[in-house]
Design a protein around this ligand. Structure first.
Ligand code: ZN
Ligand code: ZN
Ligand code: FE
Length: 796
C-alpha cells in the first residue's frame, strides 16, 4: 500500500499487551520510535502487567508495528507474549509515553543487572564528556536493575535511586525519547547522583575522585580493600602480591577455595588463560559471570600461588560496573572475593562493610579500607560462575546478571515455592510457565544465611506477586526448607522431594523434557528414601515419580558431615570394604594421619559390620560419589584433610588432568569394577578397583595417572549401567535419553569422559546449562516435581 493510500484508509486502533522482560531495558523508547516511524498515534505505558500500548493508524502499519515489537526488540528485552485486541479509533495522531501505573495484577518481569555498555564506557573515559570518570554512569541499556528494585512497576521511585533528585541536565536526557538515557531509572551524574567515599579504621579519609585514587594506591601497596559492587561488597587485593593474598586467605578463615580474579580487559584475560570463542563471548557479554578456564603456564608469574592453591582452572571476570572499570584501568589482575566470612552471605550494607574493618574476638579485620557509596543495594547478588563445555555456557553459580530472569518450564505450574537444598541454596517461585529462581543464597548453616533466605523469599513473592499455594522442600527430616514449609503451609500443601529426584527433574525441566529419562545424579550428599545418604545414583525418573535403578555400593560414613572435611576417613571406609582382613599399612595415609585417629575411625567403621550388635543408628551408610572422590584423593596421597567441601575432589581432578594431558582421553585405561545386577537396585561395586589401585600404587604408578584411570573407570561403569538398562527395557526408547546432574559434574574431566562414554552407547545426553548441576539447581527440580504432582492430583 502506498503512503497516500494508507493515509486515506480508515484508521484502526489496537490495544497491545507485551509481557516478558520489557521494563528497564529501553522498551518504551523503542516502542515510541517504532510508532513514530510508522505514523502511529496513541500511547505506551509500563504497567505491573507488562507494557501496554494503544496504537492507532493504518491497518498495514499496525500489522507491521505489532510484528516488529517482537522482531526488533532491544537486546536486553525478552518478549514472551504479545497480545492484541481491537478498540474503536479515537483520532490519536501523536504518540506519547505515559507515566507508570501502580494498579493491576503484577505480571511483569524485571531484568537482571547489566554490565556497563560500550557507549557508556566510551563516555566514562572521554575527558570531554560531562560524565568523565563518574563511577555510576549508566543508560537504558546498562546498569543496576534487580539489585536496586524494591517493587514493580520499575520506576525510579521504586528503586534505591529514589533519594537522588536529577539535575536539569540529567532530567533533560531522562525526558527526551530520542536520548539513550530516556527513562533510564538509575540515570545520574556527578552533579546529582551517588558519590564515593573511602573509609579506614580512622573514619572517612577521602570522598569522590580522591576516594577512588586512594583505593587504587592502597591496592598497589598490597592492602585489602572492601569495595561496593552491584550486588554486594567484594574484598579486593593485588593478585600478584603474595603477602596480600595470604592475608586475605587468613581473614577468610584459612579456606583454600580458589579466588576469582578481575582483569581490566579481554587481552589481559587471554594472557592468563587459554580461552575459546565461547569463553570470550561470556567474559565480554552483558552478564559478566566469573568464567573458569584453563590457565596458561606463563600466567604463573603474574599471580600469587595462593590465588588457586589447588591448581587447575582460573576464575576470571571483566569489570562489570563503571567503578570497576575505573579501578582496574592500567592495573594488573585483582583478587575479587565476596565480602563475608567464609560461608556467610555477601555483605551489602555500608554499616556491615565498615564492620569488616574492625577486628573482633573471633577473627582478624577483613579489610584495611572500604570504598563505599551512597546508592543502597536493595537485593544482594553474588557473582555468577560459569564454564564453557560442549558448545555452551554452563552455570556453576547462577546469580548476578542472570537472576531473577525466569527459566521456562515445559508445563504450566500452579503458584508454588520450592525451598531448594541446604548447600549452595537458591529458592524458586513459579508463575505459569516461569520458574523464577533467586540469586545464590549460599549454605544455610548460619543464622545470617537463613534470614537472607527468608528475606529473599518474601521479596520475590511481593515483587512477582506470587502467592504460593504449595511449598516444596527436601526430604531430609532436619532440612531448613522443611521448617520453612511447616511455617508457610498446612501439611497437605507441603511436598517433600527426594534430593536426587530433584537434581534429575531440574535437568529435565531446563531441557524441556517430558516423560521419563535415565538420570545419573552424582553428588556429595542427599537424604535417601531408605534413610541412608545417597549420592551415586542412577534413576529411572519422570517428574512425578522415580525408581532407583542402580547406585554405588554402600560404605559406612564415619563421622557424618565430618567425613567431608577429612577425606582420609572415607579412604578407611573404602579400604575396610575392599580388604576385610585389614588394609595394607604402607599406604601414605597411614604415615600422614595420627595413628590414634586412624584407630578411632577404624573402630567406628568396624561397628558398621558388627554382626552381633548390628549397625548403630548414628552410623549411616552412603552411596555418595563425592565421598568416593574424597576416598580416592586420600588413598592416592593427594589430599587427607579439606578446608572446604569438594577440595579433595578438585585436587584429584587437577592431578588427573595433569597426568592425562599427554594422552587422548579415550586411551586412559579403566580399572576393574563389578556391576551387581542380581540385587534390586543394582549396585556398582568398586572394591576390585580399590584393590587394583593399591597394587598399582605398590608397583610405583604415579598417583595422577591412577586418578585419571579412576575417572575413566567411573565413566565406563556408568555407560555399562546404561547399556544394561537398555537390555532390560529394549522397548523403552525414552530411557535412551540420559540426564546428567549433581555437583560431581562440576568436575570437567568427569563430565567429558562420561559424556563421551554415553554418546558411544548411542544415548542422547542432556546436561545443565541454565541452572547449576550442583545444589544451586535443586529448587528448580523441586518446583518441577511439585508442580507435576499437584497438577496430576488436580486432574485425577
Ligand atoms: Zn550504557
Ligand atoms: Zn545529573
Ligand atoms: Fe546434590
Amino acid at each position: 500500500m502506498s503512503p497516500a493510500a494508507a493515509a486515506a484508509a480508515p484508521p484502526a486502533r489496537r490495544r497491545i499487551l507485551v509481557r516478558g522482560i520489557v521494563q528497564g531495558v529501553g522498551f518504551r523508547p523503542f516502542v515510541y520510535s517504532l510508532a513514530v516511524g510508522h505514523g502511529i498515534g496513541g500511547f505506551v505505558a509500563n504497567t505491573s502487567a507488562g507494557v501496554v500500548i494503544e496504537a492507532e493508524g493504518a491497518v498495514a502499519e499496525l500489522d507491521d508495528f505489532t510484528l516488529a515489537l517482537r522482531r526488533d526488540a532491544p537486546p536486553l528485552a525478552r518478549v514472551m507474549e504479545v497480545e492484541a485486541s481491537n478498540l474503536a479509533p479515537r483520532g490519536d495522531r501523536k504518540f506519547v509515553i505515559q507515566s507508570s501505573d501502580q494498579e493491576g495484577e503484577v505480571r511483569a518481569l524485571i531484568p537482571p543487572d547489566v554490565a556497563t555498555c560500550t557507549a557508556c564506557r566510551r563516555e566514562l573515559f572521554d575527558p570531554n564528556d560531562r560524565r568523565h570518570g563518574y563511577p555510576f554512569i549508566n543508560c537504558t541499556h546498562c546498569g543496576p536493575r534487580y539489585t536496586i528494585i524494591g517493587s514493580l512497576p520499575y520506576d525510579r521511585r521504586a528503586t534505591t535511586m529514589a533519594g537522588f533528585r536529577m539535575c536539569s541536565a540529567c532530567r533533560r536526557e531522562y525526558e527526551n525519547p530520542a536520548d539513550r538515557r530516556f527513562h533510564a531509572q538509575p540515570n545520574a551524574c556527578a552533579e546529582c547522583g551517588p558519590a564515593l567515599e573511602m573509609a579506614d579504621g580512622t573514619g572517612t579519609v577521602a570522598v569522590g575522585t580522591a576516594a577512588l585514587e586512594a583505593a587504587r594506591a592502597r591496592l598497589l601497596r598490597g592492602e585489602i580493600v572492601a569495595l561496593k559492587g552491584l550486588g554486594g561488597f567484594h574484598l579486593a587485593c593485588d593478585a600478584a602480591n603474595a603477602s596480600a593474598v595470604a592475608r586475605l586467605r587468613a581473614a577468610k578463615r584459612g579456606s583454600d577455595k580458589p579466588f576469582a580474579l578481575m582483569v581490566p580487559h579481554l587481552a589481559a584475560a587471554d594472557e592468563m588463560c587459554r580461552l575459546g570463542p565461547e569463553d570470550r563471548a561470556a567474559l565480554e557479554g552483558s552478564r559478566r559471570p566469573i568464567v573458569l578456564a584453563p590457565r596458561r603456564a606463563e600466567a604463573g608469574g603474574r599471580i600469587a600461588a595462593a590465588v588457586v592453591p589447588a591448581g587447575g582452572c582460573l576464575g576470571l571476570m571483566l569489570p562489570y560496573s563503571p567503578l570497576h572499570e575505573l579501578l582496574l584501568a592500567d592495573m594488573g589482575p585483582l583478587v575479587m572475593t565476596s565480602g563475608n566470612y567464609a560461608e556467610e552471605p555477601i555483605a551489602a550494607e555500608n554499616a556491615a562493610a565498615l564492620r569488616l574493618l574492625a577486628p573482633a574476638a573471633s577473627r582478624p579485620a577483613l579489610a584495611d579500607a572500604v570504598l563505599l557509596h551512597n546508592r543502597p543495594i536493595h537485593r544482594r547478588a553474588d557473582d555468577s560462575v560459569a564454564r564453557c563445555f560442549a558448545g555452551g555456557l554452563r552455570l556453576l553459580r547462577r546469580s548476578r546478571g542472570f537472576a531473577p530472569e525466569p527459566v521456562e518450564l515445559p508445563f504450566v505450574a500452579p503458584p508454588l515455592l520450592a525451598c531448594g537444598g541446604e548447600l549452595k541454596n537458591t529458592l524458586c517461585l513459579t508463575r505459569d510457565r516461569s520458574a523464577l529462581l533467586s540469586p545464590h543464597i549460599g549454605d544455610l548453616e548460619t543464622r545470617e544465611a537463613q534470614s537472607f533466605f527468608l528475606e529473599t523469599a518474601d521479596h520475590l513473592r511481593r515483587l512477582f506477586a506470587v502467592d504460593p499455594q504449595w511449598v516444596a522442600h527436601d526430604l531430609h527430616p532436619d532440612a531448613f526448607g522443611r521448617r520453612v514449609a511447616a511455617g508457610l503451609a498446612p501439611p497437605e500443601r507441603r511436598i517433600a522431594v527426594q534430593h536426587h529426584h530433584a537434581h534429575i527433574a531440574a535437568c529435565m525441566a531446563e531441557n524441556q523434557l517430558s516423560g521419563r529419562v535415565l538420570g545419573i545424579a552424582l553428588d556429595g550428599t542427599g537424604y535417601g528414601l531408605d534413610g541412608e545418604i545417597w549420592g551415586g545414583e542412577v534413576l529411572i525418573a519422570g517428574y512425578t515419580s522415580f525408581r532407583r535403578a542402580a547406585h554405588l555400593r554402600y560404605v559406612p560414613l564415619p563421622g557424618g558431615d565430618g567425613a567431608a572435611r577429612q577425606p582420609w576417613r572415607m579412604a578407611l571406609a573404602y579400604l575396610a570394604d575392599a580388604f576385610p582382613s585389614g588394609p595394607p599399612r604402607w599406604l601414605p595415609l597411614f604415615s600422614q594421619v595420627p595413628p590414634r585417629q586412624v584407630a578411632l575411625i577404624e573402630a567406628v567403621i568396624a561397628r558398621a559390620s558388627d554382626s552381633a550388635h548390628g549397625r548403630p543408628a548414628w552410623l549411616p551408610r552412603t552411596s555418595s560419589c563425592g565421598r568416593l572422590f574424597d576416598a580416592l584423593a586420600a588413598l592416592l596421597g593427594i589430599r587427607f584433610d579439606s578446608t572446604f567441601e569438594g577440595q579433595a575432589a578438585m585436587e584429584l581432578e587437577a592431578a588427573a588432568v595433569r597426568a592425562a594431558s599427554s594422552c587422548a582421553l579415550a586411551e586412559i585405561p579403566p580399572l576393574p569394577f563389578t556391576l551387581a545386577t542380581e540385587t534390586s537396585p543394582w549396585t556398582l561395586d568398586f572394591r576390585p578397583m580399590t584393590r587394583a589401585l593399591v597394587s598399582e600404587l605398590r608397583g610405583g604408578a604415579a598417583p595422577g595417572l591412577l586418578a585419571a584411570r579412576f575417572h575413566a573407570t567411573l565413566a565406563r561403569a556408568l555407560a555399562a549401567i546404561c547399556l544394561q538398562v537398555c537390555k532390560q527395557h529394549p522397548e523403552a526408547s525414552d530411557l535412551r535419553r540420559v540426564a546428567l546432574s549433581g555437583g560431581c559434574f562440576q568436575n570437567w574431566l568427569l563430565l567429558e569422559l562420561v559424556h563421551a562414554a554415553l554418546l558411544q552407547t548411542g544415548a542422547q545426553v542432556f546436561l545443565h546449562s541454565l541452572v547449576p548441576p550442583n545444589d544451586g539447581g535443586l529448587a528448580l527440580g523441586q518446583a518441577a516435581v511439585a508442580a507435576a504432582l499437584t497438577t496430576e492430583s488436580l486432574t485425577n
